[in-house]
Design a protein around this ligand. Sequence first.
Ligand SMILES: [Zn+2]
Length: 235
Amino acid sequence: MKRIHIHQILGFLLMTVFVLINAFISYAGPVTGIIDGADDKNVRGWAFNSSEPDSSLPVKVIITNQLSGQVTAELETTTSKHRADLPQQGTGTGNYGFEVSVPWDSYGNGTYLIDAYAAGQKLSGTKVYGVGTDVSAVNLRSLGTFKTTAYCPCRQCSGKWGGHTSTGTIAASNHTISVDPRVIPYGSKLMIGGVIYTAEDCGGGVKGRHIDIFFNTHGETRFYGTRSMEIFLVQ
Ligand SMILES: [Zn+2]
């Protein structure tokens, strides 16, 4: 009898916590917004809470080094700029724009993911920006998780093809990937683990949601092995 009693108390406590969490979520309100621009100076966007259309929201822009996964910077601002385009679409008064200046040069070379949160809720429009690379501000779209493997120009990996790809280019490390062109069209730019690759090769063993990444040496391909990775389409 005593054990049942304890379970009843635990059940009641869990339900209380559940109700409180739900109350908190509904109190936070429906925030919508997007990062709609990023360049060598600024990150811009808008956000608003439809249940409090006259209030300014705190915004946190988070810059993450895509290769290391480390947060490089958290930049804070508020929604206060007027955006004439928003009332035209029927979004409140339009005083929902934000803009933060980003000291990219101080972050060092690399590829950075840009995310933003307004009143703690994540906005859409994740962007990527490259410092010292050929990436300017572009959009990333997750294609989900793929199986990834590695190959090199050796006979075991590439047979008679060597470093020649099926699209007529010479394969290069940190650039060439082999895909199933029915899934990933040739010429697509994909970001995998912080590196932006070009789909320009295919292979007999590369079918469906599988990407083979080119490396210069067989040792590197053995080190890479097989990894399950989230793949981003660079738009
Ligand atoms: Zn090889």
